[in-house]
Design a protein around this ligand. Structure first.
Ligand SMILES: [Zn+2]
Length: 205
């Protein structure tokens, strides 16, 4: 089913949802809500159609001299913002991803930094649970770049919980995924956390 077909199918169904909620679905304020809602839902789930490989296809190779054998240096990107949709309540969860990988000195493969944000975006634009999204990001980096190790940390507030009063807005859910050396060497995770603290902050932060 393409986007147009999905949209056509969704609009009358969503109008039914409004009716079931007790609304007059032709009331002026919500007359066009099924159309807007359908469009929004398709945007929130557009990542279903994208293979994260697409974003990790353009890879670069460091020179042999620049990545000596034995190196366990990190490439890190922090505070990648995302908004995803909780698959249990179809409500947003919003937060940040911090991630790092250790390029393999044998292959010396790295990727453009913007690609890591794109990979986060692909998985965020799906119906998700935070734990799975965290693992999927780690696996995509692991499988495509074949680094020595990957770590992904996700912090998020879940509006299904905030709105139902189960969680406060300022409270965050934290999930982690580790691959390779990060599973066996706790010093690497300590280094990752140190770098997170080193982050250069804007003055008004
Ligand atoms: Zn939920």
């Amino acid at each position: 089913m393409d986007r147009t077909e999905r949209y056509e199918k969704l609009v009358p169904l969503l109008r039914e949802v409004l009716v079931a909620l007790g609304e007059d679905s032709h009331r002026e304020g919500i007359e066009r809500t099924p159309q807007r809602w359908a469009d929004a839902l398709l945007t929130y789930t557009a990542g279903n159609e994208v293979d994260p490989k697409e974003h990790l296809k353009v890879i670069f190779q460091l020179e042999e001299d620049d990545l000596p054998i034995g190196s366990d240096d990190l490439i890190m990107q922090d505070h990648i913002e995302f908004t995803s949709t909780c698959e249990h309540h179809i409500a947003p969860f919003h937060g940040v991803v911090h991630l790092a990988y250790i390029p393999n000195p044998e292959s010396r493969v790295i990727t453009g930094l913007s690609k890591l944000s794109r990979v986060v975006d692909v998985f965020a634009r799906r119906l998700q649970v935070q734990e799975r999204m965290t693992q999927q990001i780690a696996r995509a980096i692991d499988e495509n770049l074949r680094p020595l190790g990957v770590i992904v940390v996700v912090q998020a507030a879940h509006f299904c919980m905030v709105q139902r009063g189960v969680q406060q807005r300022s409270s965050a859910t934290l999930t982690t995924a580790r691959r390779g050396l990060f599973l066996t060497n706790p010093d690497l995770e300590a280094r990752f956390q140190n770098y997170l603290r080193l982050r250069v902050r804007p003055k008004d932060d």
